[in-house]
Design a binder for this molecule. Sequence first.
Ligand code: UDP
Length: 329
Amino acid sequence: MAILVCGGAGYVGSHAVHELIQQNEDVVIVDNLQTGHKQAIHPQAKFYQGDIRDAVILDKIFMENKIDAIIHFAANSLVGESMVEPLKYFNNNVYGMQVLLESMVKHKIDKIVFSSTAAVYGEPKRVPIMEDDETKPTNPYGETKLTMEKMMKWVNKANGINYVSLRYFNVAGALDDGSIGEDHAPETHLIPLILQVPLKKREHITIFGEDYPTEDGTCLRDYIHVIDLADAHIRAMNYLRSGKESNIFNLGNGKGFSVKEMIAAAEKATGESIKVEVGARRAGDPAQLIASSEKAQTILGWKPCYTNIEQIIKTAWTFHKKHPNGYDE
Ligand code: UDP
């Protein structure tokens, strides 16, 4: 039996595929390569280039392979873009989930692990955030992910598809050897943008606001290493395989780092000094987003291995030095 990884050529998906194959799982990938990269596809995975909104390609995959469970990463994920193009997000994310779930019902696949986000919570009322805290997304991206979770909840009741939704905070880092990593175009995430300075691809990093109610005035985020995240997906899949009920888990390190602390850690990780400018706040940025992952630790037995922020940044640095212009050089 194989695992179908939707979006297995993307950042988190490609690392999850790597870990699955390390654990001797058979992996089938479907990815439309809109934001994923051919070079990130594991050579031992069976690859279908296609879109999960296309029921015909899903039929073909389910008929040609014995699929035991699905891990679903195939979604658009940029907060800013979702504010400008909300319908792109509703179409790709929500409609994509609809076609995937319809196909799962049709082909009697009853397990799905879903890549969700801290953006479902919106502006948190308290930190660390717990899974049963209020969900009130402040952007279409978070809204579509929350809607996708709700779709799975009702399909679980009606059709017996079991799901685990993993709400992750700030994903960071790369495989230790730097063979796969984070490559977005355009890049909007803090760590790869900071690293562009020592790579001489940008002159400075702009801090988006230093007037937040935090110790140094910059935003606090909970950074989790992509391999720890991949491990959580595999644990979630095995949790469903053991017949346990559908569930939702936060994934984070439980500790917040400010933008300034991240820049200082990147200077240590790269051994280079990084020029900084302070700019205006970015719309929609909460002052702090920190996860309580106690539930995942207790129920899934998950424990992040990468807890040192410098070490996390170092893995990203290894990837970016190997691929200074991303995968498509
Ligand atoms: N950030 C920043 N400068 C940048 C990019 C990001 O100061 O060029 C800040 C951003 O405001 C946020 C944190 O870094 O507080 C993490 O941002 P990122 O986009 O990486 O992730 P998010 O928390 O938005 O998911």
